[in-house]
Design a protein around this ligand. Structure first.
Ligand code: FE2
Length: 366
């Protein structure tokens, strides 16, 4: 593991703005995030609001914002995207002070335009936005907003039903890229956004009997944006990153980690509602006292909820991973509570991978 410093040539960024998922059924996806994860539906855009070919729902919990979009016609780019990749992340939108200036700067530094700067007006608010391409079919919208939500072109929706579970904001977004491509994408984030390398792990640190991966984490220096990038490493069998690439059929977002102030409450609630989590082997908890370190936690409750713990030089962290969110073994969520640790649960990777591999074997892909 190595650690970097702060960027010397910063790109003005204010953090993650929202994540947009493309799916074949936005209504049902919105209900999934609302019923099982406590996100409130705060806006809608579709045929009833004058948009003929797509339906979108805007959701929020704390500062974590999602949009889910589906299309109504088979030849629409979203339909074709879903047919090829399955449901997944289309846009990791970033908050910037000035969308047009950010776009010009990004393109001047070599980014490929996804869509040109435009203004969104409606509902008394005004946003600027533009988009650039990143790995696979994924884009980064660059959004200068007045802090309003839902987006100006959505009709507000007053959700009286959603019950939040304590999710606060997006902590990190992880991408999977092809074999040999990790360094190219690290360089992309360094060159376009002035990000710096925070940590890297090689296959010796993240490997099991069957699978291995390499990972580098780039960040904006402030901690608001952290983006680990994984590539497969050769193991005895197919790595989980290869499995993702085979089923997503391109590089893309693997998981989104959302911060909670109280992971026991969050996980207790989502489990009660029926959200399925990745199972952790019982053997993981044999040396739990060591993993927990100085953290004052109820170890029996950790085991019951399948929560993982790790410590690094900054302190501790608690985390858990959901089951895959769709039929294909591609995208999932992480819930994370930080108690001083700045890492990503590296100490858990091996135990976690063994758990993932048992699931992978059950799918016949190991
Ligand atoms: Fe993570």
């Amino acid at each position: 593991m190595s650690r970097g410093g702060t960027p010397s040539d910063p790109f003005p960024l204010n953090g993650f703005h929202h994540i947009e998922f493309w799916t074949d059924n936005a209504y049902q996806s919105a209900q999934f995030f609302r019923s099982l994860m406590g996100f409130a539906i705060e806006g809608y855009r579709g045929p009833e609001t004058g948009v003929r070919d797509t339906a979108s729902w805007a959701l929020r919990q704390g500062e974590a914002r999602f949009i889910v979009t589906g299309s109504l016609f088979p030849d629409h780019p979203i339909s074709r995207h879903v047919l090829e990749h399955g449901p997944g992340v289309h846009d990791v939108a970033l908050s910037v002070p000035d969308a047009e200036a950010a776009f010009e700067q990004a393109v001047a530094r070599g980014a490929e335009a996804a869509y040109k700067p435009e203004e969104l007006n409606g509902g008394g608010s005004s946003w600027g936005r533009a988009g650039i391409h990143t790995y696979g079919e994924t884009i980064h919208s660059l959004i200068s907003s007045d802090g309003s939500w839902p987006p100006p072109d959505f009709e507000p929706f007053a959700d009286k039903v959603a019950r939040p579970v304590g999710l606060a904001r997006i902590d990190h977004v992880v991408g999977n890229v092809g074999l040999g491509d990790m360094d190219r994408w690290v360089a992309f984030y360094e060159e376009i956004f002035g990000f710096v390398l925070l940590r890297h792990f090689d296959e010796k640190q993240i490997s099991t009997e069957y699978s291995a991966l390499m990972s580098k984490v780039v960040w904006d220096g402030s901690g608001l944006i952290k983006m680990p990038i994984n590539e497969p490493a050769t193991g005895r069998r197919k790595s989980q990153i290869e499995e993702y690439l085979d089923f997503y059929r391109s590089p893309g977002v693997q998981h989104i980690a959302i911060l909670t102030d109280d992971i026991f409450r969050t996980v207790g609630e989502v489990r009660e509602r029926g959200l399925m989590m990745m199972n952790v082997p019982d053997s993981y908890y044999a040396d739990i006292a060591e993993r927990v370190g100085e953290m004052n936690v109820d170890e029996a409750e950790m085991r019951r909820l399948n929560i993982l713990a790790d410590t690094d030089e900054g302190g501790g962290l608690l985390q858990i991973f959901t089951r895959m969110l769709q039929d294909r073994p591609t995208v999932f969520f992480e819930f994370i509570e930080r108690r001083g640790a700045t890492g990503f649960g590296e100490g858990n990777f091996k135990a976690l991978f063994e758990a993932i591999e048992r699931d992978q074997a059950a799918r016949g892909n190991l």
